[in-house]
Design a protein around this ligand. Sequence first.
Ligand SMILES: NC(=O)c1ccc[n+]([C@@H]2O[C@H](COP(=O)([O-])OP(=O)(O)OC[C@H]3O[C@@H](n4cnc5c(N)ncnc54)[C@H](OP(=O)(O)O)[C@@H]3O)[C@@H](O)[C@H]2O)c1
Length: 237
Amino acid sequence: MKVQGANVFITGANRGIGLALARRARDLGAAKVYAGMRNTAGFSEPGLIPVQIDVTDEASVQAAVRAAGDVTILINNAGIGAVKPDALDPGVEAQSREMFETNYFGVVRVTQAFAPVLTQAAKSAIVNVLSSVTWLPAPFLTAYAASKAAAWSYTNSLRQTMQATSTSVLALHVHFVDTDMTRLFDAPKTQPDDVAQQTLAALEAGQVELFADDTARAAKATLSSEHALYLAPQPAH
Ligand SMILES: NC(=O)c1ccc[n+]([C@@H]2O[C@H](COP(=O)([O-])OP(=O)(O)OC[C@H]3O[C@@H](n4cnc5c(N)ncnc54)[C@H](OP(=O)(O)O)[C@@H]3O)[C@@H](O)[C@H]2O)c1
């Protein structure tokens, strides 16, 4: 699927990975780049069309579909992250509900709302921004990891659902990226522009999954091993 000439809608495109994806899509020659965001006030970026969308709000999502009824590439990027000390912390249940509302139900809600638009195009695509934490236990990220694992599962069901349609489905798996979400973490981070470049290149190459850094690649590569990273996490190399 070529980005050039496509109409791209990205959720959470006012900052971080979403903004990098929007800029990259514009620079690759997308016909329209709809930058979805909760608050459009004051957003101004050449070539990007701000569209209000809160992925947790059905009415907001439906209004976004009406505002962008010609989308051919949907990128489910909006997400939230937060930490708790570990999996036994009493706050994990409430935090999980909050994470799932955005990171899982948000993806389902936005995908289902845009699906009729996407499937009417001759060629279209959905990109879901997931995480290596799907396969890497980090107790402080228990709730976030569960929500991303659920979104990964949905992505796989969605890919099979869409097989008979014009819509392809790409999953992006990446470890730490240098955005507001990880500003408190002292760890190696990939730059958002790098992730955006790789993601849209993977989309154009027809890939169904992208592992955008060494940690994500290692997490997937060891899944069938006795020493799978999810059983015994080790530093990435
Ligand atoms: N950074 C990482 O290390 C990393 C790694 C793997 C995957 N990811 C995933 O990458 C995606 C983007 O994260 P990021 O690192 O760019 O984080 P970020 O800088 O914190 O940006 C998050 C974006 O999501 C938006 N958002 C949050 N809740 C929303 C909602 N209910 N409706 C619409 N938009 C909402 C935010 O909007 P506001 O400005 O209104 O808050 C913001 O635009 C997320 O799905 C995240 O889980 C991040």
